[in-house]
Ligand binder design. Structure first.
Ligand code: M6R
Length: 616
């Protein structure tokens, strides 16, 4: 994944593009570049490394111009070098292009263009695409009332296979940008005699909150005074201008050193936003506006299938537990990347759900399409309004937690858990759950933000624990039932931001293999809430203790551990089963955050990772 920004208007383009690229850095940060149209010239500056490197380089040169494009890269084709950084110029110097996506047939196109005399300075598919635009432009006749620039981009895109979000400049058309998308997000910010095109709203929200979400197969032609939307088939499209409901401060770190910490502390408010207006007037069930399926139709469903990737997949597992436990409907969970190729037989009365924060994860999108192809209705639990998944799903539930910038998902995850718990309630109340149990469940969900606030007060204590455990190289996370997925999530969080080896297991599986890892060098984070399995959990902890394994126990107030059993005890408030996974996520998020900081890791931009994975 990469981030692209383009500006056309009356202001200097470079500062606006650089600000946008900084905000898009979570999408890729191995190299960055800009190109401005300066009179009859395209001026490019690009550099391997972060956007700050590029900004320093640009500060030494004067890069003026009121039309420009920029890019922050996540390498897919070609190594991390200045030459492979975007923007790319066509070999005749007429076009500059930034691109997010992968052109699958680039090798054939490159061979074709090479035969025609085009040359290449980089190993990227983007440079090939840029030269193909130049090739079509050279052949494109000037037709009155048509933009030759736009038509050559359109013609080019008809020949490419793969995915793209692109923005192009042409030396012969100062003050114009042509942009287009297919399976890579692109949003147009509509200002006052200025336009910004970007991969994500965070890059433009400080300039305008009026946006147009481009659809797959659409092109936009921008000048400072107007824009037109059209399709690959040259059909005009009437734009729908939406308003972004969050502001630029939501996409800033504020007083926090990292987005991840900010987002961890935003969770009480995020949960309140995720459930606002979603309980029935009688206070006994949930209410969803966007499902596009009637309660009667919903009630005929005999099975649910949930697909997602990474952290969102863990949210599916918790939701499975709650739906089966409270609604007594069988649920299947699959990795989206597996489901899309598995050709799994699905009963017609299966309701299909995908969960995705970004709504752009390519595997999840492909799973959604596969389910629709098989005739299933697909519901999406998704955070980013207007994302590909939100648009292609038949119905869905927005998470409403605002932008999540930290690569490690936190507030999006707990809001997915909350929405999953609400779906379980909704279905349970259609079936056997009584009115009074429903009221109790609703009240429990309503208490979640306050319980999270209480859990967040443990931050100083967890920070102190993290200091003691940051030197270890391996860690186990164990939990049972709905806390098994939270053990998986704790291990994933630790791995992705602190590069420690960590694994999550159901606690009772320990004796089937992972116990071999236990030693004084391998601590275990052990979820031991009060409840019917508590004594079994204590026995497992005793085995770990006997093998001299350090234990960080995460318990609830009602769970009384034998004295001295755990090396560290983190006590959470007691709560309803539907809320427990949400509350239990807080200490593992904080623990991984503080361990990563202690180890000097770049928490918001962990190595080798991007916020959303839009290539296979
Ligand atoms: O945007 P999505 O929820 O579809 O993303 C899915 C995963 O890529 C994502 O959850 C990933 O595992 C996160 N980095 C976890 O923190």
């Amino acid at each position: 994944m990469c981030g692209i920004v383009g500006y056309v208007g009356k202001q200097q383009a470079v500062p606006i593009i650089l600000e946008g690229l900084k905000r898009l850095e979570y999408r890729g940060y191995d190299s960055a570049g800009v190109c401005v149209q300066n009179g009859r010239k395209l001026k490019v500056e690009k550099k391997a490394g972060r956007v700050d490197n590029l900004a320093k380089k640009i500060a030494r040169h004067h890069l003026t111009g009121t039309t420009g494009i920029g890019h922050t890269r996540w390498a897919t084709h070609g190594g991390v070098t200045d030459a492979n950084a975007h923007p790319h110029l066509s070999s005749d110097g007429k076009f500059a292009l930034v691109h997010n996506g992968v052109i699958e047939n680039f090798a054939q196109i490159k061979a074709f263009l090479a035969r025609k005399g085009y040359t290449f300075r980089s190993e990227t598919d983007t440079e090939v695409l840029c030269n193909l635009i130049a090739y079509h432009f050279a052949k494109e006749p000037a037709v009155k009332g048509q933009s030759r620039f736009l038509e050559s981009v359109r013609k080019t895109l008809r020949h490419v296979e793969g995915t793209y979000g692109i923005a192009a400049l042409c030396v012969d058309f100062p003050e114009e940008i042509v942009a287009a998308r297919k399976a890579s997000p692109l949003i147009l910010g509509v200002g006052d005699n200025e336009y910004i095109i970007a991969s994500d709203a965070s890059a433009l929200v400080s300039h305008t909150q009026n946006v147009v979400y481009l659809k797959d197969g659409e092109l936009v032609h921008l000048t400072p005074s107007a824009f037109t939307l059209s399709t690959l088939d040259q059909a005009d499209v009437s734009p729908v201008v939406d308003t972004i409901t969050w502001s630029v401060t939501d996409a800033d770190k504020g007083k926090y050193p990292h987005f991840m910490l900010k987002e961890i502390f935003e969770q009480p408010a995020a949960l309140e936003n995720a459930m606002r207006g979603r309980f029935a007037a009688d206070g006994s069930t949930a209410n969803f506006g966007g499902l596009n399926i009637t309660p009667a139709e919903f009630a005929t469903m005999e099975r649910f299938m949930f697909c997602a990737c990474g952290t969102a997949w863990h949210a599916c597992l918790v939701t499975e537990h709650l739906i089966e436990r409270f609604a007594r409907i069988p649920v299947e969970v699959d990795y989206a990347s597996e489901f899309r190729y598995r050709n799994s037989p699905l009963d017609p009365r299966t309701l299909f759900f995908v969960i995705s924060q970004s709504g752009e994860t390519i595997d999840t999108l492909a799973a959604l399409r596969e389910a629709k192809r098989k005739g299933h209705r697909v519901m999406a639990i998704n955070n980013v309004v207007g994302s590909s998944i939100a648009r292609e799903a038949d119905g869905g539930i927005y998470q409403h937690v605002g932008p999540e910038i930290g690569v490690a998902s936190t507030k999006a995850f707990t809001s997915q858990l909350l929405i999953g718990a609400m779906v379980a309630l909704y279905v349970a109340r259609m079936r056997d759950m009584s009115f009074s149990d429903g009221v109790q469940y609703v009240n429990a969900l309503k208490s979640a933000p306050d319980l999270v606030r209480q859990a967040l007060k443990l931050a100083p204590r967890i920070k102190a624990i993290a200091k003691r455990y940051a030197k270890f190289h391996d860690m186990l996370f164990l939990g049972r039932l709905s806390l098994f997925p939270i053990a998986l999530e704790g291990a994933l969080k630790l791995k992705e931001i602190s590069y420690l080896h960590a694994e999550g297991y159901p606690a009772a599986e320990m004796k089937h293999g992972p116990i071999a890892l236990i030693s004084k060098k391998c601590p275990t984070v052990f979820f031991a809430p009060s409840g019917e399995l508590f004594n079994k959990l204590v026995s497992s902890m005793q085995e770990i203790k006997a093998l001299k394994g350090p234990i960080i126990a995460i318990v609830t107030a009602g769970a009384k551990l034998p004295k001295g059993l755990a090396d560290e005890v983190i006590t959470l408030p007691d709560c309803h089963e539907a809320v427990l996974p949400i509350i239990a996520s807080i200490p593992v998020q904080l623990l991984s955050y503080y361990i990563a900081v202690e180890r000097g890791c770049d928490v918001d931009k962990p190595r080798n990772l991007a916020k959303s994975v839009t290539v296979e």
